[in-house]
Design a protein around this ligand. Structure first.
Ligand code: UD1
Length: 422
């Protein structure tokens, strides 16, 4: 199995352009089967999760052409509404095809994703919402067989939690449903507003996306259009953390700096200077980070759960004690055991991690258990004394485009090895 070998203590310095957002691209790829004609998505990151979504589209009969960061999906030839078990298992987020398939064909057959590395991740909110729009869902041995005998009809849906995926599925299913759908307590993540913006340009009538209440007026027809995917706010934070822990200086070309607002304050508390400019932001790290105190992960615009591991690494090498409270997923501290192998002083209890900063981490053999925990281990390795070997990097490849190349260009010593013989 492939791994990264990282020789630490090289400053991360220079300029980089952040990749397109994985979490933005995935619902747009699902939407491309809903709308008729050729969707052209530029700024598409090259990631295994994106390939998995493209494989699903091809399986459904769409023509998919990838040219660099441009992905063109022609859905006119789509005929299938069932996704195989093996394709569904490639990526948990493939559940977002449910709303798109129901909207396009009035039918969908897919596998219910099981629990994953970071928690149980049930899909009850997705299914409840689809049912209230008129879907009949039969759950047989893990397969979801869905139909809409009377067609999809607009309704009022109050989410008990502002789930990102459930909100996306509602938008996809409701924009061609009959009548008006009102979503209360919708997720406000930027990816929701982006999906709505794309669908509206295809002819949908969605108002309020990005806020807690969304109104969707069903339309008869959606026609594909071109769209540039926004940059990845989560990957941006990982590179910022890499510069922060190595005492570096990074200019990040990132066009939507307001998306980084939820993370700016804790970075500044650690002593990092963050200056916005016309291209994005410039981060200058102090020689030694200070504690940030406490972060609590929350739905957007709160502190993102996907960035808590990066901040925990910063706290591990900072002066003083910091606390991370994880409010979104129940199993998001698996990276802590690996950081301890590197000398980090972290105590966890349920959803709370208390991190006592140590002067320096030491290279070790560690393993990524999930995507964001994995990239945080790379960040830790960059500032550690000696060599770190990180296994399980297929998780990192799901969300970071050529991370080793990006970091090498910024001064890191990181190599991908197909096998490490020690
Ligand atoms: C998306 C993001 C993920 C991010 C998360 C929270 C994508 C591809 N992934 O995941 O990177 O960490 O938002 O910002 O965009 N829940 C239920 N029942 C449901 C649905 C969700 O109980 O039917 C729970 C989940 O188990 C979790 C919480 O709600 O504890 C948040 O999940 P959700 O917002 O749905 O996250 P995802 O869409 O899976």
């Amino acid at each position: 199995m492939a791994c990264f070998v990282i020789n630490g203590q090289r400053k991360i310095e220079g300029e980089m352009t952040v990749q397109g957002a994985k979490n933005g691209a995935l619902p747009l790829l699902a939407a491309s089967v809903l709308v008729r004609g050729k969707t052209v998505l530029s700024g598409c990151p090259q990631l295994t999760d994106i390939t998995a979504a493209a494989n699903i589209l091809t399986y459904l009969g769409c023509k998919v052409i990838t040219d660099g960061d441009v992905m063109c999906v022609d859905s006119d030839s789509a005929a299938g509404f069932a996704v195989s078990d093996s394709l569904m298992h490639e990526m948990r987020s493939s559940i977002v095809f449910l709303g798109a398939l129901l909207g396009r064909f009035g039918k969908a057959e897919l596998t219910a994703p099981g629990g994953c590395e970071i928690g149980l991740r049930p899909i009850d909110l997705h299914l409840e919402a689809m049912r209230s729009l008129g879907a009949v869902i039969d759950e047989k041995g893990g397969r979801l067989v869905c139909s809409c005998p009377g067609g999809l009809k607009g309704t009022r849906i109050s989410l008990s939690f502002p789930s990102v995926g459930a909100t996306e599925n509602i938008l996809l299913a409701a924009c061609t449903a009959k009548g008006e759908t009102l979503v209360v307590n919708a997720a406000r993540e930027p990816e929701i507003a982006e999906l709505a913006c794309f669908l509206n340009r295809c002819g949908a009538d969605i108002r309020g996306a990005g806020e807690s209440v969304i109104r969707i007026n069903g339309v008869k027809k959606l026609t594909a259009c071109e769209h540039r995917i926004r940059q990845d706010r989560i990957a941006a934070v990982t590179y910022m953390a890499a510069a922060a822990v190595t005492g570096g200086k990074l200019r990040l070309n990132f066009s939507d700096t307001e998306l980084l607002m939820p993370v700016i304050e804790p970075f500044e508390k650690t002593g990092c200077q963050i200056t916005p400019d016309e291209k994005g932001i410039c981060l200058k790290a102090p020689e030694r980070l200070k504690k940030f105190g406490m972060i609590r992960t929350m739905p957007y615009p709160g502190f993102p759960t996907d960035s808590q591991a990066d901040l925990a690494v910063m706290a591990s090498v900072a002066q003083g004690t910091s606390t991370v409270v994880e409010n979104i997923f129940e199993n998001r501290f698996k990276y802590v055991g690996e950081l301890r192998k590197m000398g980090a002083q972290i105590r966890t209890e349920n959803r709370v991690a208390v991190i006592e900063g140590v002067g320096r981490l030491s290279g070790a053999r560690v393993v990524s258990h999930d995507l964001r925990g994995g990239s945080a281990l790379v960040v830790a390795a960059l500032c550690s004394e000696g060599t770190t070997v990180a296994d399980g990097i297929h998780h990192i490849d799901r969300g970071y485009e050529k991370i080793e190349k990006q970091l090498t260009e910024l001064g890191a010593e990181i190599y991908r090895k197909e096998q490490y013989d020690g």
